[in-house]
Design a binder for this molecule. Structure first.
Ligand code: DC
Length: 224
């Protein structure tokens, strides 16, 4: 089964690029960050501290996550409720980052991710897909861009949404999240040894899609 593992820091454009590539190569795009976001959101709603393993771990068996896929992309459900938008708030982002540092949370989500890749040709984006979730993935890409470039993209997105902020605050947040994601003990963000490095600092969205499409196209020729 074809599996593309796409890892990299927050704001590198993994999800939007993966969505495009999924269409082009007839793959299912799995956004694994949404799983951590759903766990974080669930814990927040229960009034728990998402950073406290002692509170979070005993409640994991209650968390019923379902992913549904369509050409428009992935939808994520907590029980019967579609939480695809609710997981995108700044509170849910912070909670997702907190729960993602708890090893039991990572273990809880691992089998669900592996099952998807066993049953479907996937492009799976996250932080530890090439290193932990799918170490045997046929294609591994580590997508990155300078923190300044990622912060500028994020800043423009927020301004377009009418959210008032300033570039320096966004840059500080990007750097803080990078630090947390790459310094946690369990499955920290790092490039797999056999991953291809793709740096999009100087590229726009379309240029980034073309770069990754050429990497995937070339690798597919080798595996087939
Ligand atoms: O990609 P994202 O911003 O939606 O991810 C939300 C959080 O989940 C982020 O803080 C890192 C974490 N995460 C992770 O630890 N492992 C993954 N495979 C995906 C996301």
């Amino acid at each position: 089964m074809i599996a593309v593992a796409l890892d990299g820091p927050a704001g590198a454009g993994k999800s939007s690029i993966a969505k495009e590539l999924a269409k082009r190569f007839s793959l299912i795009h799995v956004d694994t960050g949404a799983l951590y976001r759903a766990v974080g959101l669930y814990m927040l709603r229960q009034g728990l501290d998402p950073a406290d393993g002692a509170q979070v771990i005993p409640r994991l068996p209650e968390v019923q996550i379902t992913l549904k896929f369509s050409p428009e992309g992935q939808r994520i459900f907590l029980g019967e409720e579609d939480v695809s938008e609710a997981i995108r708030t700044p509170e849910a982002s912070r909670a997702s980052s907190a729960v993602s540092a708890i090893p039991e949370v990572r273990a809880f989500l691992l089998e669900q991710q592996r099952k998807l890749a066993r049953e479907n040709p996937v492009i799976m984006d996250g932080r530890d897909i090439g290193t932990v979730v799918l170490p045997d993935a046929s294609i591994k890409i580590f997508l990155t861009a300078a923190p300044e470039a990622r912060a500028m993209r994020r800043y423009k997105e927020l301004m377009a949404k009418g959210i008032d902020t300033d570039y320096d605050t966004v840059l500080a947040e990007v750097k803080e999240r990078d630090y947390r994601d790459s310094h946690r003990e369990t499955a920290p963000l790092r490039q797999a040894e056999d991953a291809v490095l793709a740096d999009t600092t100087e590229l726009d969205f379309q240029g980034s899609v073309e770069l990754l499409a050429s990497i995937i196209g070339e690798k597919l020729n080798q595996v087939r």
